[in-house]
Design a binder for this molecule. Structure first.
Ligand code: ARG
Length: 574
């Protein structure tokens, strides 16, 4: 455009993917807004641009001759030989055309983060599944990733719990395994109820907290046992979901909290209001129009969730060895914590702990609702236990599978059934969560997530199985990339879809929306199924047969890679 119209300053080509396949691959609408300033008909402007394009060897190597459409749109179509060469280059490439970034600063993904002595709930499940996916994508792109479990393992809940247990189940404070997490949760509820009612209990609990924070050995031992107990229960869930996490709970930052408040004071940010240490937030005011404070030290001298998060930011951004030296920190929690994180990020920046190019990002997600659109509950109205939820998904997947085997008159051994049911059940739960835009609330439905059709894990897993079946029926999927020839529109549609992977992953890395990857994999499976239903593969003559088998292989590799980044392993048969 610049060559055609040297006088126009920074012309905008308005280049975008083509809105319809018949327009080619891309369209450039930038000729139209130039009509007025240049005083020329837009088609004439487009023709001048096209003339420059054709004369450019780099362009001509990639694209067919551009077409001018309508009032002056320029439609661009990639050369079939270029597309075929791209396919060929991906066939032997484990990264499938996704460029790696070189090193760079570590990225912290803070996710899962349940609370000790409390049940891990569906909110934590969402954080676990979404956080794991983002960590996998970032790792694949080549970033050093720190997966941190910011467990709630400190604070006033332990005062109540220890006081209560001393009276009703002292063995839990002295011996490992004396209670299981279910009991611990019940004890915690009782303790909380007593705390809310009984003043004497309140003051003993507070004394317990002081003892614990002061490092009293008996309290520390009791605390350690309670944490171990919860940790074992959490680990069972992580193992089932194949989640890697490094635990670095709130207690880790305890020795740094006073220094954080001192730093804030030194930076001139700390205001003592009603006995509490506060930082007043810029641009955030309450109902009365007064600026809202972030409380960092309570009037009794104690610290809170926000103080801990400030300490965590300071530590994560500080250079090693006294910190993580991170360049990006991602927090995956429910949307309800958005204002907490906005406040904490603002204070950390104003305190000077955050280099301007460092990204601090809250990745919020909506609530998990039942079929009825209300908060997910069991039939008896209790909160749903994660173990039960995963068990039910697997049981239902097994029932579906047994029904299908009977219908198809297939005979499979129990090990096969158990493996497929577990894989499909867990995949369904993960995929259902990842495939909706995380910001909206999401309706949990076993029926929907386990359906074999639609945007579901079973549908995608089935596409992989279908391709594995082609190999079993004699198709060589390990073939080479030589002499690929394509002629059918279904082949070109599949190729164009396959070549989108790198763009999609770059988007996920930037926007932190796993549903983008899910939509892509769903679209790819659909395009593949259309291709496979409409174009013969095994019965085709050469060279079409090997070329089509190459597309099958690349599709399977792309689905496996993509599902792997969602944390979902694939099956050869199901
Ligand atoms: N434990 C918190 C909860 O259960 C989540 C912690 C998230 N991470 C953080 N750095 N605040 O809601």
């Amino acid at each position: 455009m610049q060559r055609a119209f040297p006088d126009v300053v920074a012309p905008d080509p308005q280049l975008a993917p083509a809105s319809k396949p018949e327009f080619g691959d891309f369209q450039a609408n930038g000729a139209l807004p130039l009509a007025k300033p240049l005083g020329q008909p837009p088609r004439q402007i487009a023709a001048a641009i096209v003339a420059e394009l054709i004369a450019d060897p780099a362009f001509a190597a990639l694209f067919l001759e551009p077409m001018i459409a309508g009032p002056g749109f320029i439609n661009l179509t990639l050369r079939p030989a270029c597309l075929a060469a791209e396919v060929a280059s991906r066939l032997g490439d484990g990264r499938l055309g996704v460029p790696p970034v070189a090193g760079g600063l570590p990225v912290v993904v803070d996710f899962s983060s349940p609370n000790i002595a409390k049940e891990m709930h569906v909110g934590h499940l969402r954080s676990t599944i979404i956080g794991d996916c983002l960590a996998r994508v970032l790792t694949f792109r080549g970033h050093p990733v720190l997966r941190l479990n910011h467990v709630g393992d400190w604070g006033t809940q332990f005062g109540m719990l220890i006081t209560h247990l001393k009276q009703v189940a002292p063995e839990a404070l002295e011996t490992a395994d004396a209670v299981d997490l279910g009991d611990l949760v019940a004890f915690y509820r009782q303790a909380k109820a007593r705390f809310d009612e009984d003043e004497a209990f309140q003051s003993t609990s507070r004394e317990e907290v002081v003892k614990l924070q002061g490092g009293d050995p008996t309290s520390l031992k009791a605390w350690g046992l309670l944490c171990d107990q919860s940790r074992r229960e959490f680990q069972i869930i992580y193992d089932r979901l194949d989640i890697q996490l490094s635990e670095r709970g709130e207690s880790f930052y305890n020795p740094q909290l006073q220094a954080v408040v001192d730093d804030l004071r030194a930076a001139g940010l700390l205001v003592v209001d009603d006995g509490a240490g506060c930082v007043f937030l810029e641009g955030v005011s309450g109902k009365d129009g007064q600026p809202l404070p972030l409380i960092v030290q309570k009037s009794d001298g104690g610290f809170n969730y926000a103080t801990t998060d400030l300490a965590a930011i300071r530590y994560r951004l500080a250079a090693a060895p006294g910190g993580d030296g991170a360049g990006r920190v991602i927090y995956v929690t429910d949307a309800g914590q958005a204002s907490h994180f906005a406040a904490v990020f603002q204070v950390a920046r104003r305190a000077g702990w955050v280099q301007p190019e460092v990204q601090l990002q809250h990745v919020p997600f909506g609530l998990v609702q039942g079929d009825d659109g209300k908060k997910l509950k069991t039939r008896s109205g209790d909160t749903v236990r994660l173990k039960d939820l995963l068990d039910e998904a697997v049981e239902r997947a097994e029932a579906d599978l047994r029904r299908r085997l009977a219908d198809e008159d297939r005979d499979e051994d129990e090990a096969f059934i158990a493996h497929v049911a577990t894989t499909v059940g867990i995949a369904a739960v993960k995929y259902a969560d990842l495939s909706t835009n995380r910001i909206t609330n999401y309706q949990f439905s076993f029926d929907r997530m386990l359906a074999l059709s639609g945007n579901t894990a079973p549908y995608l897993l089935y596409a992989v199985v279908r391709i594995a079946g082609i190999a079993r029926k004699g198709g060589d999927l390990g073939g080479s990339a030589e002499a690929l020839t394509f002629n059918e529109p279904q082949e070109w549609a599949l190729i164009r879809e396959l070549l989108k992977l790198d763009t999609v992953l770059a988007e996920v890395e930037e926007e932190l929306l796993p549903n983008r990857l899910c939509s892509y994999l769903f679209e790819l499976s659909q395009v593949f199924n259309r291709f496979y239903d409409q174009v013969p593969v095994l019965k085709a003559d050469e060279p079409a047969r090997s070329s089509r088998l190459a597309l099958c292989r690349l599709t399977a590799d792309t689905l496996k890679l993509g599902l792997g980044l969602l944390g979902i392993p694939t099956l050869e048969r199901m």
